[in-house]
Design a protein around this ligand. Structure first.
Ligand code: CTP
Length: 413
């Protein structure tokens, strides 16, 4: 794995002329906040939306647009050559077209031609422009050359219209940028044509209309898995149990609450999936008889809560496959373990892999409040048939990329 020390990391943030340029200000703050040396290269049109002083103040670097200013430093070659990563956000239809055709009519397109590191485009435009055959062909060209072009998100567009075309969330772009800096090959398009189903978050089992039994899962790992799979070309269905994070772009999101809801949704969607990744923390038990009205405080001692078991969705999927009712080639489980006086984390993990019968099991240690809600994670990917893969502490996107590598290796041609 290529690890770039943060202090020497140079990022060019290209901004083209769309209304979403204002969101690139947030992206710039995140990239600078990560310690990268960011140079912003806006197009002329981008400067009509957000002015030069904003980019300069937040990047602490001069802002250049044309190839003539400071020509003695040859910026049209230097910036691209020196960049560890070029991110273009928003990437308009016009910018994608110019990049696809290798034009070099401003500093940003010159920089794209001279860049030799990874390039990440985060498009934003109206749906008609995104689905126009010209844009579709330009995106295909850029991807065939190794550039990462994210899918725009669905939602409200500039006018009253609604559709695909919104800029992916700056948090998501920043996380994928960080992943590319650590692993330039992490978003190669090896999942095109694959349907993947991911569960994320933690289920809530109702006690009464206002209370529930829940767990501490934030859904972050599952959402990063979804974002990485989508960037690698998969059709992603994400079943999210009580997750408050923004939906990654280009993903079909289904929100659920309880284990029963998650189970029904997962079984229905798994029929069409090449891969199921059960990253959700599914409650093993639920209150036997949730109250229909709010349980009131009384002077008497509170009644004990009687629990009954929930079905094990992962084990059910594996069983369905073993009797031929499901043809999903790869089924993956997650296990958050603490280790105890009987065995350590990995021993528990290996036993769980055998017990659940899935193909891969991602085991992480969760003692001392580690993992939940944090952007970083460390894990071991256990395999029923292959090697164990140790993923050291790092961004959850890096673990996601390592897991998709392992999954891709198991998928039939
Ligand atoms: N899982 C599931 N249905 C459940 C419980 C868990 O599908 N009712 C899945 C989780 O999504 C995860 C895997 O099983 O992928 C392991 O979850 P975990 O809670 O670690 O497993 P348990 O069998 O509940 O083991 P433990 O006794 O350690 O809680």
């Amino acid at each position: 794995m290529l690890v770039v020390p943060v202090e020497t990391t140079r990022v060019v943030l290209g901004v083209s002329g769309g209304i979403a340029a204002y969101k690139a200000v947030d992206l710039l703050r995140r990239l600078s906040g990560s310690g990268y040396d960011v140079t912003v290269v806006p197009t002329e049109a981008a400067l009509r939306f957000v002015g030069e002083p904003t980019w300069a103040a937040l990047s602490h670097n001069p802002v250049l647009t044309d190839v003539w200013t400071g020509a003695e430093q040859v910026p049209h070659v230097r910036l691209g050559r020196q960049a560890d990563l070029v991110v273009v956000a928003p990437a308009t239809a016009d910018l994608l077209a110019r990049a696809a055709h290798g034009l070099a009519d401003d500093l940003l397109t010159n920089t794209l031609l001279t860049a030799r590191g990874p390039v990440l485009f985060a498009p934003a435009m109206h749906t008609e422009m995104w689905t126009h055959p010209a844009t579709v062909a330009n995106v295909a060209t850029l991807r065939s050359r190794g550039a990462v072009v994210l899918e725009p998100a669905y939602g409200r567009l500039t006018g009253d219209d609604f559709g695909q075309g919104r800029l992916p969330e700056p948090t998501e772009i920043a996380r994928l940028a960080e992943l590319l800096l650590r692993r330039p090959d992490a978003l190669r398009r090896d999942l095109v044509g694959r349907r993947v189903l991911i569960t994320a978050g933690g289920t809530r089992e109702p006690l009464d209309p206002v209370r529930f039994l829940g767990n501490r899962s934030s859904g972050r790992q599952g959402f990063d898995l979804a974002a990485v799979a989508a960037a690698r070309g998969a059709e992603v269905h994400l079943v999210a149990a009580n997750v408050e994070l923004p939906c990654p772009a280009g993903i079909e999101l289904i929100r659920v609450g309880s284990a029963e809801e998650l189970r029904a949704t997962t079984h229905a969607a798994a029929k069409y999936a090449d891969v199921v990744v059960m990253a959700a923390a599914v409650a093993d038990f639920r209150p036997a008889a949730p109250a229909e009205v709010k349980i009131k405080k009384t002077d008497a001692a509170p009644a004990p809560i009687e629990l009954i078991g929930n079905p094990d969705v992962l084990a059910e999927l594996v069983r369905a496959r073993s009797v031929g009712r499901l043809s999903t080639p790869v089924i993956v489980g997650f296990a958050a373990e603490t280790g105890d006086r009987h065995a350590d984390v990995l021993t528990h993990g290996r036993a769980k892999l055998a017990r659940k019968g899935c193909d891969l099991l991602v085991v992480n240690a969760v003692s001392d409040g580690r993992v939940f809600g944090l952007p970083d994670n460390a894990a071991v990917i256990l395999s029923a048939t292959g090697p164990e893969i140790d993923v050291p502490l790092g961004p959850k996107t890096v673990l996601a990329a390592a897991l998709w590598d392992a999954i891709a290796a198991l998928l039939p041609e």
